[in-house]
Design a protein around this ligand. Structure first.
Ligand code: GRF
Length: 198
């Protein structure tokens, strides 16, 4: 049975675009919705250009009322009936109650070699710590932020002259290589972790 994938974004959507473009031919999944919490997310136009239905649930009118925001998210998602949810640069923290609806079926990409550098500013923190390697991770989403089972990692060497900006620019293509590979295996029910080294 073809798995149905919804992708949640907040910004440019480059990861979303690589996921959508990968779900063709004998891929075990198909994209059914791209959902953004920001109306001006650049990724919405990219999704429309790829003929994937889009929707916006703007978090701002809900202020601090996360329950109401998530209730609206849920309503929109339920119409698309996704089996799998991919967070791709989605910058809102979801509640454990929300995650329950897709327990074990929600993936996220994070720009560090988890469990190192959960949260924000991962590139600057890796450089500040004097690390020799860095990269990105795709993991199952659990109530603990950036903490769920790891499904894949891609690594690169930090260069002496790297800045947070140059490192981010070198990690993003790794994300684009890793996330589609992990999704294909996950959608096929293959638990083998993906490891990429640059
Ligand atoms: C990526 O670096 C991702 O790891 C992080 O946010 C960025 C989103 O990029 N969470 P895009 O919107 O997929 O281009």
């Amino acid at each position: 049975m073809t798995r149905r994938v919804a992708i949640l974004i907040s910004g440019g959507g480059s990861n979303m675009e690589t996921l959508v473009k990968s779900m063709t031919g004998d891929h075990p999944a198909r994209p059914v919705l791209v959902l953004s919490n920001t109306p001006d997310a650049g990724g919405l136009a990219k999704a429309r250009a790829l003929h994937v239905p889009t929707s916006v649930v703007d978090h701002r009118p809900f202020g601090k009322d996360r329950v109401a925001f998530e209730a609206e998210l849920l309503k929109v998602l339920k119409t698309a009936k996704p089996d799998i949810i991919c967070l791709a640069g989605f910058m809102r923290i979801l509640s454990p109650e929300f995650m329950q609806h897709w327990s074990g079926q929600m993936l996220n990409i994070h720009p560090s070699l988890l469990p190192k550098y959960k949260g924000l500013h991962t590139h600057a923190r890796a450089i500040a710590a004097g690390d020799s390697e860095h990269g990105c991770t795709v993991h199952v989403v659990t109530p603990e932020l950036d903490d769920g089972p790891i499904l894949g990692q891609a690594k690169l060497r930090i260069q002496p002259d790297d800045t947070a900006q140059t490192l981010a620019a070198r990690v993003l293509p790794l994300e684009h290589a890793l996330y589609p590979k992990v999704l294909r295996r996950f959608a096929a029910g293959d638990p083998t972790p993906v490891t990429l080294e640059q």
